[in-house]
Ligand binder design. Sequence first.
Ligand code: NDP
Length: 307
Amino acid sequence: MENVVIVGTGPAGLTAALYCARANINPLVIEGVQPGGQLTTTTEVENYPGFPESITGSELVLKMREQAERFGARYLTGEVVKSDFSGKPLKLEMADGQIIESSIVIIATGASAMYLGIESEQKLIGRGVSGCATCDGAFYRDEHVAVIGGGDTAMEDATFLTRFASKVTMIHRRDEFRASKIMSDRVKNHEKIEIMWDSVVDEVLGVEDNTVKGIKVRNVKTDEVVELPVTGVFVAIGHKPNSDAFKGQIEMDENGFIIADNTKTNVDGVYACGDVQDHIYKQAVTAAGTGCAAALEATRSLEKYDA
Ligand code: NDP
């Protein structure tokens, strides 16, 4: 049986791994289908403290991985598909059927930005198509960018992007925003923001050059198609927490985000950190911070059992 199993290898999971390894509690870290998490889908990371010249997302998580490994973290590749937290030991079922038992489970499975799913968009993710304005906005100084979506995230992203971009075009599939009035009004009244209502993106242009050159936007009411010469496309149509494997075992909100109080879930011995429990900040550095907190809580609780 394991002491601590950490599920997920983004900044939250790897920071938890580092702290658990240094506390000598011999963590096992499960690396899933997207090792490194969302950071590996961005290119340059300029807002992680300590890297004044910026660092690529992949390099940053690789360094975190190595750092935890240096202190003894062990890694297992595989996907957790089910869990049973009804009693001790806590149980995790892997896709290959293997059952892992542990005293403590730290869930750091993150969230996935939702994308439109069209082929050209998928090919250009991290190359002009982004799911995170805070991460990538500063690369678009004096450029024309598009934001897709009509919720609070889209409003926040569009407003944030006006700090850098010369122009922001919002593309929303209906004729009214879902977002709160105050945030919608800010967008509607902003001189740098133009709104295209009843509109969807049919294609992102630039696949042949591996960089965004524009988008084809179709009005769903008139079927008219226009080409916008944007260099950045920010998709803000929601995030999906990667919590399916834990459904029914711990408390979650209506969108599937795990409810955690200082990383403690409602189940004794189960902690959650990073974006799987955070739909507000969603940053690598905040994820790392909660990963540290989860590891400290886990370490304390093991000491309590040992005493
Ligand atoms: P939401 O689910 O609220 O909004 C998603 C938006 O994307 C909707 O306008 C939806 O359109 C649109 N959309 C969904 N799928 C597609 C698609 N396939 N193609 C085109 N458009 C699509 O997600 P958010 O991330 O905006 O917000 C999540 C939660 O976080 C909300 O509760 C929000 O209030 C909260 N939040 C709060 C903030 C704050 O208070 N500062 C900041 C950010 C988020 P449609 O409206 O037609 O369904």
